[in-house]
Design a protein around this ligand. Sequence first.
Ligand code: BES
Ligand code: ZN
Length: 635
Amino acid sequence: MKLYHRCLLGISMAGSLQLASCATKTNTKTSTSETMTTEQKALETASADVHSYARPAEAVAKHLDLDIAVDFNSKTISGTASYLIDNLTKTNEIVFDVRGLQIEKVYLGDNKEETTFTLGENNTFLGQPLTVNIKPDTRTVTIQYKTSADAAALQWLNPQQTAGKKYPFLFTQSQAILARTWIPIQDSPGIRITYNATVKVPKELLAVMSASNPQEKNSSGVYTFEMKQPIPSYLMALSVGDLVFSKVGPQTGIYAEPATIEAAAYEFAEMDKMLVAAEKIYGKYRWDRYDLLVLPPSFPFGGMENPRLTFVTPTVLAKDRSLTSLIAHELAHSWSGNLVTNATWNDFWLNEGFTVYFERRIMEEIYGKEYAAMLNVLGYQDLQHTLDDIGRQNEDTRLKLDLEGRDPDEGLTDIAYEKGNAFLQNIERAVGREKFDQFVNKYFNTFAFKSTNTDLFLDFLRTELIKGDEELAEKINIEGWVFSPGLPADVQKPESTRFAAVAATYTSWANGTPAKQLDTKDWSSHEWLHFIRLLPAKMTPQQLTDLDTAFGFTNSGNSEVLAAWLLHTINNKYTKADKALETFLVNVGRRKFLIPLYKALLQTPEGKKKALAIYAKARPNYHAVSTVTIDDMLK
Ligand code: BES
Ligand code: ZN
């Protein structure tokens, strides 16, 4: 039997609500972990999630029927979330997570008998537990609700903020714990549900979800969806806008606004090849279709791996297909993350580390080793940068995190991505690619449609790969990689011959060769990015002008190149780029670009003034996940 306490809420010195103690789902175990079934283990790991109020080992949702209407005038979603549940311990309560939702009524059973419910104390990022009174034999729970106008998962765009400028647009972003701001849900990645949805939207618009999707508008504005495979709540996704569909391959396609579809179709024409490459490496794609949705520029991330429909930023539309590793990344999540899911946000590296590793393998398969090597070096630079930034002794630089009492968003850094990837590459090196691939294949198959955590993965690694070989165990160095901060000594610094050539070109410039005379023929945007990252922190106005005149960085249409260049122009007060900086910051909402740029501006009083002026204009274009961070920075 398990006993649960409620999370105790306390007020910190700074006056904000904090979790004083939320490891309060204490265990009094009757079964040891050896005698537990995989299903029980999964529930156990889900119960260990400190970012959800749900108690899935007692009563757990299995299927959701969502029936909602999207209202652009009031900026709200309203309707019902009807759950099929498993009342495992024949309890009288089931707990959902909600944040900022108005819960109107709750019903039990097919004939909808109204029941009572309570909403617990509110925590800034966790929201509240919604405890519904049920009966031991209750099978369905129907919650009638409405979102608030400032629901953090939802970004409501006015027509001006879209490419077409004619229709409004809505998209959701549920990862990590924002699903609860638009659906009452057991919001833990350790819990999986199937879902059906009916969504009513204005007739001029199309609705799409992380499910089977329509390919064109209908005259009723009512769309139905089905997600047959069980997914965790953070993959619940919806978008509504003036969208059209364009086919890429038999199983793949793109949704975008009419103004963007042609550019997107060109940019992502190779997505089908990626699917083929991915299947070749780690087995059949299990989600039927794989489509992309290209969002307006305020989308706060590069991409989001919503099942069957990856959401992607338009900042990868570089016109030369140079930034498509992002698609490989989101596609890779169809195995690592969506199929085999981190049970809690402390195990985030299992999602992202595996995905980065797999992304580079897909790119290598299609474009060759040299191409993948460039991505690896850039990733390693990001990792070093993050380590320097947060400190190599910082506990958040361990792969296995401890995010208790914090918004998980704060701890989800490049560490999970690039240190996770480096760890897996290290294992691959130790056992050889063939053996490693067999192991990963077996891991994906064993944990398919289940959640996993660091301990389960390490158990699997020990029994399936290390098998008591002490020399190998030493090489793999679990302790150093997973539980220690910083980077272990056995990390292999990745190298790229193409980047070595870039470095030579850079040296020649640093030694006085004018930029115009440098040999940069056939450089990809990765090579340009590497070159820009090599530039010294301090440059003279002449040097900046020399580079800009020769290469046109300030006018670059490549978002990665431009963002990297703008960091230098800020740090060196190259005011000729001010206009471009403002345009970029006002139009683009991708957090990865925004944070470093605002941070650089904040280094000087003049910069801070600029930052505040730009932010005043830009803030309405940013998603809540970006504004929480930047509000705090500019305070
Ligand atoms: N799942 C992540 C995005 C995410 C992570 C959203 C944590 C919310 C919380 C997605 O797969 C991702 O990693 N996106 C990256 C792109 C990638 C190529 C590294 C991004 O958005 O920059
Ligand atoms: Zn990812």
